[in-house]
Structures are given as C-alpha cells and as structure tokens.
Design a protein around this ligand. Structure first.
Ligand code: GTP
Ligand code: MG
Length: 239
C-alpha cells in the first residue's frame, strides 16, 4: 500500500479551490457534487509507474484577510503547513489580484513558515495553476493574467505552471502528477543538503580534534605567554 502524501490547495477566496479538489478526488466539480459519492479527501494516482496516495487539504480561507490577523499565522494554517509535502498555488486567470496575491504574499508566507514544514523539510513541492481557463478562452474572454507572465514567474521559482478549468479531469490529474514529481525532487535536494551538512560537521569535528591533539603535544600551557604578559608589570615609560 502506498504511503500518504499530504497536499495543500492554496488560493484567494473564489478562485476554484473546492472545484479543483473535488474534480481531482471524485471526477465531479462541486456544483454537481454528491457527498455520498466522494466522502474521502484521498485518491491514489499512478505517477511514472509508481502508485501514490494523495490526501488533499482544501484550505478554504481568503489570503487577503486583515494583515493584523493574518491567516498565515493562525493555527489552522500552521497545522496545514506542518502536514503538507506539496502545495498547489491556485489563481483565477480572470482575476489579476488573485494571481498577485498568491505569487507574492501567499508564496512568501509559505516560505516564511519554513520552520513549521513537515518533518524538518526545507523545501515543499509546488505547482502554479490558473483556473477558469474556459472563461479566458471564450470569445471576448475575460483573461486578466497573461500565460507567459505566470510561466516566467513559475520558472523563476523552479516550478511548473498550468491552466485548467473545473471540467478538465485529465488536466487536473496531470497537475497532480507533476506536483508528485516535484515533491520527489525537493525531497532529494533536502537529503543532499543534509548529507552535505553532516559531512561538514564531521570534517569540522575532525579538525577540532586535530587541533586539540596538536595543542597537547606542544605542552600543557601553550598560551601561558599571553597570560603572563597581562600579569607582569608593564615597564614604566620615561617621560
Ligand atoms: N467557469 C468556471 N467557473 C469556475 C471554475 N472553477 C470554479 N468556478 C466557479 O467559481 C466559483 C468559486 O469556486 P470554488 O471552488 O467554490 O472556489 P473556492 O476557491 O473554493 O472558494 P472559497 O472556498 O470561498 O475560498 C464557483 O461558482 C465555481 O463554479 C472554472 O474552471 N470555470
Ligand atoms: Mg472552497
């Protein structure tokens, strides 16, 4: 049985987090949602011949709350971050503000809360996803976020980006597959960093031990000269 990977879905209020989550979990977006069909937050998905079980947390709160009482510091948000290995950053293609919020404040606060990441992780898997592609594709479409703008930002942060709508079951599955791959990459980078850190610690302990051995070979009181210099009376200066 595959182990469970927790995924958080972040985004402004109304961008389509619940529709996205429900389409992935049950193949239906919530306007036709039947709670008796999909009562689980988990789904198994095949990624590069390996089965993964994903548990989705639909974080249904606005990112633009009062800054004096930001969601990012509330207990629920920290709880979500302490469980998640991957994050879907959602914005609405027809709402520039939702894009700006998630790619600046939203993303920034995720990284500000690094100490709360799951299992001491330094990196989380991430994907950027624009929703409501159907509205942008319509004649006289309502697109406010240029696809290239989103792609450039995502590339600059080392993540993939997608555009979907709430009917795109396969497209949403593909988003989640890419996220699983990114989680794997980030995990490997964390492990490499940890190995490097351990090697450095080992090397510095070794060189400390070498110094101590050298000191004891030079004599018991190698720094007595300095100590005496401070104790001995200074020669009087001739005025
Ligand atoms: N046309 C279109 N409408 C969408 C799409 N995704 C979501 N919507 C609509 O956008 C509205 C908000 O969708 P939700 O999934 O409830 O958004 P949310 O992010 O969960 O909202 P909160 O829970 O309030 O934060 C609903 O009326 C959806 O039907 C989409 O891809 N295309
Ligand atoms: Mg919702």
């Amino acid at each position: 049985m595959p182990s469970t990977t927790n995924i958080a879905i972040f985004g402004e209020s109304g961008v389509g987090k619940t529709c996205f989550t429900d389409m992935f979990l049950s193949g239906q977006h919530f306007t036709s949602y039947d709670p008796t069909v999909a009562d689980s937050t988990q789904k198994e998905i095949l990624v590069d011949n390996t089965l993964h079980r994903l548990d989705l947390m639909d974080v249904s709160s606005s990112l633009s709350h009062d800054p004096s009482n930001p969601i990012f510091t509330n207990e629920y948000y920290l709880f979500v971050l302490s469980r998640a290995c991957g994050i879907v950053l959602l914005y609405d293609i027809t709402c520039l503000k939702s894009y700006e919020d998630i790619t600046t404040r939203g993303y920034f606060h995720v990284y500000l809360n690094r100490p709360h990441f799951a299992c001491g992780r330094q990196r989380l898997g991430c994907v950027l996803v624009g929703t409501k592609k159907d509205l942008a594709d319509e004649e006289n479409g309502k697109r406010e976020v240029d696809e290239d703008l989103a792609r450039e930002w995502a590339e600059s942060q080392g993540m993939a980006c997608f555009e979907v709508d709430k009917w795109m079951s396969k497209g949403i599955d593909e988003v989640m597959r890419e996220l699983v791959r990114d989680i794997g990459r980030k995990k490997r980078r964390d492990e490499e960093d940890n190995e490097l850190l351990m090697e450095r610690e080992k090397a510095s302990k070794k060189s400390e031990a070498k110094k101590t051995r050298k000191g004891s070979q030079q004599g018991m009181f190698p720094s007595l000269g300095d100590a005496f210099r401070n104790v001995l009376p200074k020669s009087k200066s001739v005025s």
